[in-house]
Structure formats: C-alpha cells, structure tokens
Design a protein around this ligand. Structure first.
Ligand code: S3P
Length: 441
C-alpha cells in the first residue's frame, strides 16, 4: 500500500477497538526478555515498530513465540510467549541490529545494551538515522558505556557495554525514551540510579518494572530504580493505544452526524492530553467503563460530532499529547478561530519534523498555517480543499491527513502511505468499517 485515496461523505458510526499500545508492546518484549522465566503477553501490537524490538531480542538469543492467530488488528489471540533469560542472559548478536523506523527500539535497547559484556551496532531507516541520539549517549556514557556514533550523535550506534555505575541524571528533555534507557541501564548497576525530568513523561516503564518486582521510587519529577533486581516474568494484556484511537476520536468529532464508541483504550494520565485539549476545544467525548487492566487505566470512549473552537495549547499538556499533534492540527484546521501551539519543539525531531511537515501538507488543503520555532498557529476553516498529500514517511502524518481528507471537498490522495504499517496496519479498513455502519444508519 503506497498510495491511498479518500473521499468519504457518510457519517462515521459504530464500535471499534484500537490496535494494542505500541509503547507498552515494546516494553513488554524488552523487560520480559531480561526477566527470569516465561512471560505471556496478550494483545501484542503486530506492527513494524514493535516487531523491530521483537527481532532484536531474537537476534540476542531470546526465544519468543507468537500465536498462530496473530492478526494485524490486535486481539486477545495475539499472544506472545517470551522465555526470559535474566539480566545477563542476552547473547552477542551475529549481525547489526536494524531498528527500522523505531526510536523506541533504538533508545530503550541502548540502555539494556550498555550493561552487556559485548558490543552491538544499532542502525535504522533514513528517518531514524537522522534522529538525535546524544540525549541517550550522554547519560549512558556517564554510566560507563562506550558509544560511537556518526558526527553529532546520530545512528548507527556502536555500543560497548560493561560494568556500569549508578548516576543521578538531570535530563534536559522530558522524554520517556531517555528516562527508560537510563532505567534499563540502572538495572545493571550496583546501587540506585535516578532520573530527574523537566516534565512528567509517560510512565509505562515504571509501572511494568514495578509489576515485575523492581524497586522503583517516584517523587514528583524524580524516578529512581534500584539495580541488580531479579525481574519476575509478566502475564499481561496490552491495552488499546490512545495514540491510534486519536485518529478516530478526531474523525468522529469532525464528520457531521457521527457517533462512535472506541473500546478498550489506554487512558494512562501521562497520555491523555489529547482528550483534555479536545475538550477545551468543545469536544463531546465521554469516558465509560473505566477500569485497570494489567496495571494500566483503560476506558471506552464515546465520541460525538462537535463544533470545535480554536484555543492556545502549551505547558504540560504538550508532553501528555506529544504524539497526537499531527491530528490535533487537523482538529485545529476545522475549528472556528485560531489555534496556537507552543512549547512543542520536540515535534521537530519525531519520525519527521512534524511542525514543518504538517504546515506544508495543511497549506495544500488551503489552510493558513504559521510555523513557529516551537509550534504552529493554525487558522480554522469551514471547508478544506482536497489535495495530493505526501506522508514524508511519517505514519502519524499519513493517518492525520487521511482524517483531514474526510473533511475536504473532493478526493484526497496520500502518497507513500505504507509507513502507516509502522504503528497501525489495518487503519484504512477500520475507517471504512465506520463509514459502512454510518451509511446503514
Ligand atoms: C515513546 C516516547 C515518546 C513518543 C514515542 C514513544 C515511548 O518519545 O513520542 O512515540 O514509547 O517511550 P520521547 O521519549 O522522545 O518523547
């Protein structure tokens, strides 16, 4: 699938279950590989990014079996069994590890590799090779790892692990990938490692490690981990990914007469900035059936078409919605008035420079957009114009522009849409199922 065309006119209606959470799927493989014994992970995300992590641990000798029912949309049957070999059970890979498009694979894995008594080379696709790694190289080097990179701190990374020492690290950037890399390395230290963040990033690593028996201490923006823990295996079910549900939340809000129920969605408070932002814009989103599944808060989301208004977005909300800005830009493009996003310069170093790519693609749809160094100003429009859109190889740009297409006059084409498979194979099928139900209504 390299190109998709979209021109729906019917309301969206019905129920969907978003694919399993990507962040949690990565962590489930990594942590159970270094736990002692057999872990079972249900509803694992079978998309390219977590499969990069799975492949990496298989290359390091971990036996991981996937159930035969493994489907792309995710289900209870997507079960994987990981035979963990403990903190020191990984073996030197015979080849370079290819992390594909996945920043989470490269950055978190680097933390675990820093504690191994062998050397590994990590590489990735063109997008990943242009993403900054200095943010993990600096603390891991301080802990004792030797890491070579391309000039300026870009992949490929050559990591020579060894005996690490615990540190207290004040991270200049609020990033779960940085925090998690240091915590993983911290597992290999004698003593306590602490990370202090400027803002509270997603806490899936802390939750999972605690569930596995590690000693984790959290004080405001400070997270500490006691090293040399023996990790107990996992028996868990991954919740649906709010970052994938995001596209349907915005679609339901924008397309007139729509009402959809998005089931089994993770609503970890470090990830729900999208809901807060959309509610500030006037959205009708109701959380139903709130519960906790495998240590993570989960709910069903009832979304109804709403008239949105432009707002200012900044501060802590940015971090809680960091992956949702491409689709927030679409909501802003259809809102009444101006939306100003600031404090979001991290968007420039995601799978693409999402400030530049979203501005360029929205302008093709006749939206007035001003680029700021750390955000965007978007002037809402009643009607968007259909266009030929480039994904820039960024899955979230491709899916966000597909949602914009639902609100545009005529047929929109999205080029280079194969990147959607990095996080959400089956995205278009799911969209079509909601439109079919809308037509029947
Ligand atoms: C992720 C953390 C975030 C997020 C990424 C997934 C994770 O990145 O943007 O998609 O799984 O830890 P940063 O830590 O760089 O903010």
């Amino acid at each position: 699938m390299s190109r998709i065309s979209i021109k729906y006119r019917d309301p969206l209606s019905g129920e969907i279950t978003p694919p399993p959470d990507k962040s949690i799927s990565h962590r489930a493989i990594m942590l159970s590989s270094i736990a002692e014994g057999k872990s079972i992970v249900r509803n694992f995300l079978r998309a390219e990014d977590p499969l990069s992590t799975l492949g990496a641990f298989r290359q390091m000798g971990i036996d991981i079996k996937c159930s035969s029912q493994f489907s792309v949309l995710g289900s209870q049957d997507n079960e994987i069994v990981i035979h963990g070999r403990g903190l020191t059970g990984l073996t030197e890979p015979g080849d370079v590890i290819d992390c594909g498009n996945s920043g989470t694979t490269m950055r978190l894995l680097s933390g675990a590799l820093a504690g191994q008594d062998f050397s590994t080379t990590l590489t990735g696709d063109a997008s990943l090779r242009s993403r900054p790694m200095q943010r993990i190289i600096r603390p891991l080097t301080e802990m004792g790892a030797v890491i070579e990179s391309e000039k300026g701190g870009y992949p490929p990374l050559r990591i020579r692990g060894g005996q690490l020492k615990p540190i207290t690290y004040k991270s200049p950037v609020a990033s779960a990938q940085v925090k998690s890399a240091i915590m993983l390395a911290g597992l290999y230290c004698n003593g306590t490692t602490t990370v202090i963040e400027p803002g509270r990033s997603r806490d899936h690593t802390e939750r999972m490690l605690r569930a596995m028996g590690a000693e984790i201490d959290i004080k405001n923006l400070e997270v500490s981990i006691k090293g040399r823990a023996t990790l107990n295996p996992l028996d868990m079910t991954v919740p649906g990914d709010i970052s994938s549900a995001a596209f349907f939340i915005v679609a339901g809000l924008l397309v007139p007469h729509s009402e959809i129920l998005i089931k089994n969605t993770g609503v970890n408070p470090t990830r729900t900035g999208l809901i807060d932002i959309l509610e500030m814009m006037g959205a009708d989103i109701r959380l139903e059936n709130e519960r906790v599944v495998s240590g993570e808060p989960v709910a069903d989301l009832n979304v109804k078409h709403s008239r949105l208004k432009g707002i200012d977005i900044g501060g802590d909300l940015v971090l809680k919605a960091i992956d949702e800005f491409p689709v927030i830009c679409i909501a802003a493009a259809k809102a009444e008035g101006k939306t100003k996003i600031t404090g979001a310069k991290e968007l420039r170093v995601k799978e693409s420079d999402r400030i530049a790519t979203m501005a360029a693609e929205l302008r093709k749809m006749n939206v007035d957009v001003e680029e700021l160094a750390d955000g965007l100003i978007i002037e809402g429009r009643e009607k968007l114009r259909a266009a030929v859109i480039q994904s820039h190889g960024d899955h979230r740009v491709a899916m966000s522009m597909a949602i914009a297409a639902l609100a545009a006059q005529g047929e929109t084409t999205i080029e280079d849409a194969g990147c959607i498979d990095t996080s959400f194979p089956g995205f278009i099928k799911m969209l079509e199922s909601l439109e079919r139900k809308g037509k029947e209504k």
